[in-house]
Write a protein that binds this ligand. Structure first.
Ligand code: SF4
Length: 336
């Protein structure tokens, strides 16, 4: 644990299995990830690759009667796998907070947005109601929901999607958490509003120093927001590194395929990733490399042997038998 102090999050060999009506979903399969203090770390991958399951595991938000974990998740040097759920609840909001794609699922329709911010504030700190109201109004103004006094009294249904996401950011930051997890926070918004929310998140990070895990399938958003990025496929991180290295020297064929699929249009549907073929079912065991059935470089070894993590540079690794060759932009010697 010596080198953990620079990491706000350190995940080691995490496996998450969820009991679902369709059987046992092995959603996360030996995943390791480090998130540095103060950075924005992007997680990118197609729908169903386990991104949301992974971040909900960091918050321990799964139904505990239907989930089995193995491995470790350290947040702020605490192994949250060892914590009782009641202790986890104390950490949520205070040390770590999360915002989702659809704010309406996290907001009560029968309370005003101001009351909801005030409730989050008073639940985690011993301040008077008057002080909490003052702080709630301040944070509304700070995230651009103005005039604060009028907005405080409005119900969620009276606000647009962009304003609701601002409310969520206000609620998540009101207790000054050290880690903010943003799960596709702008996917449901149109491009102009998306840009405003991204600007807001950048300014919140600048003023508070909060570490952010930013989940998206949009590589443009990753490039704009993140210091480092991890590429996720079939329940694992398959490549990780700083933004420049990954964009300039992608070393996993899945990462390369994501770049090749990067859409040029601004329409939301066009921004979805499209790579030929489908990911493997996470209900099944996957022999060899999980990307083999879609990979244009696959050879017999890929179908039988799971690739190991290959360190490519100080900050950059990938799990493909041929990562070194891709990183160095060499021709592969085997027949494709
Ligand atoms: Fe493709 Fe083989 Fe690399 Fe997997 S290990 S990504 S199948 S080349």
């Amino acid at each position: 644990m010596k080198n953990m102090h620079d990491n706000i999050v350190e995940i080691n060999n995490l496996e998450v299995e969820i009991i679902s009506p369709d059987g046992l979903l092995k959603a996360v399969r030996g995943l390791s990830l480090n998130v540095r203090r103060g950075e924005t770390h992007g997680i990118v991958g197609e729908s169903g690759c386990g991104k949301s399951v992974m971040v909900k595991s960091i918050m321990r938000l799964h139904d505990e009667s239907k989930v089995a974990y193995s491995g470790n998740i350290f947040v702020n040097n605490k192994n949250i796998m060892d914590l009782k759920i009641r202790n986890m609840r104390k950490l949520r909001g205070k040390e770590m907070a999360m915002i989702f794609q659809n704010p309406m699922t996290s907001l009560s329709p029968i309370m005003t947005v101001g009351e909801q911010i005030l409730e989050v504030l008073t639940a985690k700190s011993n301040i008077s109601k008057d002080e909490a109201k003052k702080r709630s109004l301040e944070i509304l103004e700070k995230v651009g929901i103005t005039p604060g006094e009028r907005r405080y009294k409005q119900y969620p249904f009276e606000l647009s999607g962009g304003l609701l996401q601002r409310v969520m950011i206000a609620m998540s930051m009101v207790n000054n958490p050290e880690l903010l997890i943003a799960d596709e926070p702008t996917t449901a918004l149109d491009v102009t509003i998306q840009a405003q929310i991204l600007d807001l998140m950048k300014s919140v990070q600048k003023s508070t120093g909060v570490s952010i895990i930013f989940i998206t399938h949009d590589l443009g958003v990753i490039a704009e927001m993140c210091d480092r990025v991890s590429i996720m496929y079939a329940g694992k991180i398959v490549e990780s590194g700083n933004i420049l290295d990954i964009f300039d020297h992608p070393a996993h064929p899945y990462t390369k395929a994501l770049f090749e699929s990067k859409p040029k249009g601004s329409d939301r549907a066009e921004r979805m990733l499209t790579i030929p073929g489908a990911p493997p079912s996470l209900y099944d065991d996957i022999p060899g490399c999980s990307f083999a059935l879609r990979c244009k470089y696959a050879c017999p070894k890929c179908h039988s042997t799971s690739p190991k993590k290959i360190e490519l540079d100080k900050e950059h690794w990938a799990s493909c038998h041929f990562s070194r060759e891709f990183f160095e932009k060499k021709e592969l010697l085997h027949d494709e």
